[in-house]
Design a protein around this ligand. Structure first.
Ligand code: G3P
Ligand code: MG
Length: 252
């Protein structure tokens, strides 16, 4: 089972900042996940909420600031004074961190509350210029956004994000169409999820910060988990793998 650092290494660093991404980039994990919005001057920026209130010393909507204005705020101190120099990163800045690594990159387009005009075109163009189209999966809670991605760039992997269970997830992802499902932990444990995994769809689960559900998730066959604590989860999964191999030696 693969590990994605959720919003970078967001349990130990301020989420969606360069510090969180640099830390994740140095880990032997499979990938990284982060969230993207659009500024007033049409720049793609990496932040989770529509507003900067929770994770900075400023107030207001991303859509009402230019990138230069956003860069004047402190996006680290809310987490710890050690990170007071952290700024909001542009998407290009984050992609640059991963250009020299092999991490898979999950870009979540936050178009479920505000429908940012032109965000899909800008993203596809940027991925093209970075030559990263084959190393990303684009996800969104807004499934029309995923349709737009597929229309513009059919070769880029997409994933439906959902908090709730679909009656027939297999039919649903085929109808969008999307290539994978990103589901909450609760949904992952439902029988419909096992069914869609058996049909061959990759299922990735958010956000898994405790080790308790890991065994069941591995039994079901989920492809990956998103976690705020990638260091801890890597150690846990690696230890499990070694122990299982060791026990197999005595199985015969
Ligand atoms: O992409 C998985 C997860 O990030 C979705 O929820 O709210 O953390 O962006 P959220
Ligand atoms: Mg996200």
């Amino acid at each position: 089972m693969k590990i994605y650092a959720h919003r970078g290494s967001s349990g130990t660093h301020p989420e969606n900042t360069r510090a969180a991404f640099k830390h994740a980039a140095n880990l032997p994990i499979f990938g990284v996940e982060f969230d993207v919005h659009l500024t007033k001057d049409g720049e793609l920026v990496v932040i989770h909420d529509e507003k900067i209130n929770r994770t900075s010393n400023g107030k207001g909507y991303i859509k009402d600031f230019t990138l230069a204005e956003l860069k004047t705020y402190d996006f680290g101190s809310w987490f710890s004074h050690k990170f007071k120099e952290e700024k909001i990163p542009s998407l290009s800045e984050v992609l640059n961190v991963y250009l020299t690594t092999e991490h898979h990159i999950n870009i979540e387009l936050k178009t479920d509350v505000i429908q940012y005009e032109g965000i899909v075109q800008k993203l596809v163009q940027l991925l093209h210029s970075f030559e990263l189209q084959s190393r990303v999966v684009i996800s969104s809670f807004n499934h029309d956004t995923l349709r737009e991605v597929k229309k513009l760039a059919p070769h880029i992997e997409t994933a439906t994000l959902s908090m709730k269970e679909f009656a027939d997830p297999f039919a649903y992802v085929q109808a969008i169409p999307a290539d994978a499902l990103h589901v909450s932990l609760k949904t992952a444990l439902r029988p419909s999820t096992e069914k869609v995994i058996r049909q061959g769809y990759p299922v990735r689960v958010f956000t898994v910060n405790k080790t308790k559900p890991i065994e069941r998730l591995q039994e079901i066959g989920v492809s990956a988990i998103f976690t705020d604590y990638p260091d801890k989860m890597y150690k846990y999964l690696n230890h499990r793998k070694i122990t299982r191999k060791f026990l197999q030696l005595f199985d015969h």
